[in-house]
Design a binder for this molecule. Structure first.
Ligand code: NAG
Length: 379
């Protein structure tokens, strides 16, 4: 059967000249048809086709979409200049390390506000802030929290997430107009466990360096005269570097246009709000602000997204203790255009803001802070 078929197909090839001309005519017509079809397709579905090409190019060059998990390796030359530090005061009492046998570490639920593209910054944070913490002093439950971007970064983020298990992608697109909503969703993450199981919810920027063990010591023993605001699981405490504002919003129940700001109420009282780069709510305060019957306004654009952090406390948790820790939470000298808001890095500096990645690394190597991690940093 097969050989018979083959002979049938090969038979016409012997009639030469006429058949060749005929074939080229047929090929010409076919090419014109294909071109015609393609141009109709391009005209009617231009984006579909470009998407298809994009997908094909992704397959051809997969490395462009892959998460690069190699550790950072930066040199000393990227650290802050020694003139930014000031350790002339004697080492404060509250900074004494806790004894090893202490049974209860301070537990912080840390939401690091991040953008999908900040791959390097998240590496720096893991390497220099979160690793090798003394577990008898502090336990950190943390997530890098971000929206999506509809770019190739989203795929890299999902690979990073599978590898590190510390990334939370919210069901919202990254947008400056939805920053208040992002902070609100981050708070909801904090409240996913009962307040009785942890001490503080904290939020920090990815360009902030946190001395977490020192922060834990400070939260326990800072200015013990007058005494501390109390047990964070039983009292409402807001801790950070405060500004003042009088913005009051009414929550909108309509989520169909989340980029629209909530309506303002005139003539409200002034209150303290924490600058957004680093602040803490006691777990008791988180529980209070996220009860079933509390609806917090959360539609506010950047840069007022940190103002609502104080508004929530002022309007929904009256009586909370506010600790304005200006020595502890600040930009180092030379790291803000307004020099009056900056100060040298000192014993008190538990959250330093506006740092380059190399400057974060430099802080991890500061000798005065060495006992705040279980191990010296990699050389
Ligand atoms: C350094 O700290 C000491 C002690 O707190 C203080 O007296 C001095 O003014 C500080 N220097 C600078 C440059 O801030």
């Amino acid at each position: 059967m097969a050989s018979k078929l083959r002979s049938t197909f090969t038979a016409p090839s012997c009639s030469s000249v006429f058949s060749n001309r005929r074939r080229s005519t047929l090929v010409g017509i076919a090419v014109i048809w294909i071109l015609l079809a393609l141009s109709i397709l391009l005209y009617t579905h231009p984006t579909d086709l470009s998407k298809h090409w994009q997908r094909v190019s992704d397959v051809v060059a997969p490395s462009r979409a892959l998460y690069d998990d190699s550790p950072l390796s930066l040199s000393d030359s990227t650290a802050m200049d020694r003139s930014v530090y000031n350790f002339t005061a004697s080492r404060p009492k509250w900074l004494a390390p806790l004894p090893r046998q202490r049974p209860e570490p301070l537990i912080i639920r840390l939401a690091i506000i991040s953008h999908p593209r900040e791959f390097e910054r998240r590496k720096a944070f893991r390497q220099y802030v979160l690793s090798d913490l003394p577990s008898h002093e502090i336990k950190i439950q943390y997530r890098f929290i971000m929206g999506y971007t509809d770019t190739a970064d989203d795929r890299r983020v999902s690979q990073e997430r599978a590898l590190h298990n510390d990334v939370l992608v919210l069901d919202m697109k990254e947008s400056m107009d939805r920053m208040g909503e992002k902070r609100w969703r981050m708070l909801k993450w904090g409240a996913e466990v009962p307040g009785s199981t942890y001490d503080f919810y904290m939020s920090a920027d990815t360009d902030a360096f946190l001395r977490l063990a020192a922060l834990a010591r400070r939260l326990r023993g800072y200015k013990s005269q007058p005494p501390l605001p109390g047990n964070p699981r039983e009292t409402d405490i807001l801790w950070g570097h405060m500004g003042v504002h009088a913005l009051h919003l009414v929550p909108s129940l309509d989520e169909s246009h989340p980029e629209l700001e909530d309506e303002q109420v005139d003539g409200g009282e002034w209150y303290s709000y924490p600058y957004g780069f680093g602040y803490l709510y006691s777990s008791h305060l988180v529980d209070r602000m996220t009860q079933q019957d509390v609806v917090l306004p959360h539609h506010i654009h950047y840069p007022a997204d940190d103002v609502i952090l104080g508004m929530w406390v002022a309007d929904y948790a009256k009586g909370a203790t506010v600790v304005n820790d200006v020595e502890g939470f600040h930009d180092p000298t030379g790291h803000h255009s307004d020099e009056t808001t900056t100060r040298p890095v000192s014993w008190d500096t538990v959250v330093a803001h506006h740092l380059q990645i190399g400057e974060m690394r430099g802080l991890r190597y500061v000798e005065e802070f060495a006992d705040e991690w279980d191990r010296p940093p990699a050389p």
